[in-house]
Design a protein around this ligand. Structure first.
Ligand SMILES: *Cc1c(COP(=O)(O)O)cnc(C)c1O
Length: 233
């Protein structure tokens, strides 16, 4: 059973890489311009090891308590860990010490705490600002008009390196509707670059069900969980 499981993970990864290559080429984007982030929440460190043997180096986790034992168990593999979940203030220290990227920053307070806790022996922590385009009060993320002020603030923090924007859109089945949401994030990134004279390159958008539309709209990191590892336990 274990062998069969690992074979499936590797096959899934090859299938997703093919879909990414097809979507890159269909939208006249350079091969390799979209990075695959494997979302490993709910999966074990041996499943992550299987993904590693298929060539993956970047893994995403949503909960610090769940991530730490995996990071510990796999520390010899020198993986890049991305924090993609909601951030509580009391978790900023652990996140700043053990991750290379945080995709879900949406407040000055959290940004300041992450910067303060980033060890000076490590490179700056890569940051994406999470944006909320759907105005649902339950969702976290910045309103479009809050993006520039927080970006300007982060530029002053020595422990952080602002890289771009992240989106978790409202689920939509229609690919054109998905595409239009993603296109709005791309436009917000371009506005931000112009407004603050930056050259942010990163758009963290696209999951298992809307990856193609996200790539067509300019995604540079797709976050894929279940299509690689199967259903979460
Ligand atoms: C869980 C999660 C994903 C992966 O979702 P799948 O449907 O398993 O591909 C991507 N991004 C975020 C922020 C997540 O929390």
């Amino acid at each position: 059973m274990r062998y069969r499981g690992s074979k499936i993970i590797i096959e899934n990864i090859h299938r997703i890489y093919n879909l990414i290559r097809q979507a890159e080429s269909a939208s006249h984007r350079a091969e390799g311009s979209v990075q695959l982030l494997a979302v490993s929440k709910g999966h074990t460190y041996s499943q992550i090891e299987e993904a590693y043997t298929a060539g993956l180096r970047d893994f995403g986790e949503n909960y610090l308590q769940e991530a730490l034992p995996k990071i510990q168990a796999l520390h010899t593999l020198s993986l890049n860990w991305h924090f993609i979940g909601p951030i509580q203030s009391n978790k900023t220290q652990g996140i700043a010490k053990h991750f290379s990227w945080v995709h879900s920053v949406s407040s000055q307070k959290i940004a300041q705490r992450l910067s303060d806790a980033r060890p000076s022996s490590m490179p700056s922590l890569n940051i994406c600002l999470q944006v909320n385009l759907d105005d649902e009060s339950s969702k976290s993320g910045l309103e479009p008009n809050e993006i520039a002020p927080l970006a300007a603030f982060i530029q002053t923090l020595p422990g952080l390196h602002l890289r771009g924007l992240m989106l978790i859109p409202r689920p939509q089945v229609d690919e054109e509707a998905q595409y239009n949401s993603f296109l709005r994030l791309t436009a917000l990134r371009d506005d931000l670059n112009q407004q603050l004279n930056l050259s942010l390159d990163t758009l963290s958008m696209g999951m298992s069900n809307d990856m193609q539309a996200a790539i067509r709209a300019g995604s540079t990191i797709v976050r894929i969980g279940s299509a690689i590892f199967g259903k979460r336990s």
